[in-house]
Design a protein around this ligand. Sequence first.
Ligand SMILES: [Zn+2]
Length: 246
Amino acid sequence: MCNICGDAQHDPAVSRRSFLRTGAAAALAPLIARAAMAADPPKPGAAPPPNAIKPADALKRLLDGNARYAANNPTERDFSSGRAARAQAQFPIASILSCSDSRVVPDLVFDQSPGDLFVMRVAGNIVTTDLLASIEYGAQFLGSPLIMVLGHSSCGAVDATIKVLKDKAVLPGHLPELVAAIKPAVIIAEKTQKGSLLDNATAENVRRQVARLKRSPPVVQKFYQDKKIDIVGGVYDIATGKITLI
Ligand SMILES: [Zn+2]
């Protein structure tokens, strides 16, 4: 007897298992369909997806968009047009691993439209297993030709790491895990004499995350080595709105 619905035939545990199976299958369906599509040779005469562009062209679109944003001259957009098409599929031109900082908004900073950017955000823009999985999904199943790790000026996560190292500050909760991931960048930056430690550590952290992605098997490393994607780093200046590639 089910103690939830009262049905003598109904075993809630079986029902839950069946729901989980159905739910998991439904969630994986687009992924599997896409994998099958990726494995199939393109049909003769079929139009390539709109994001089948060179990584360098994707980067140019991002930098051109950033120039428009920094000049306060963003593209006028009609958000309702294209909604029906976006409901069918997405074709992002770049995957962005950005800091969570509320002042850094990748879609605005690069002046791109819904569907253009596949964005991952975490304080300190560090590569974690979950984020790497998302980046892999973007590369393999969405065809995103470019990955950019985006740090920024006045980053609180990098600053907190400096305070932990220099002042022995003690942070609550799970923040020490975040600090541990950024710490190697600060230690390297401490050896640099020129510029501020915060700026140098921020840039170094971006470089380290880019390097980590380039050697992250099996998906990202292979796509990078096969030149299907490029992986770059940038730092966003909150004061000017401009991004500098590093
Ligand atoms: Zn930050």
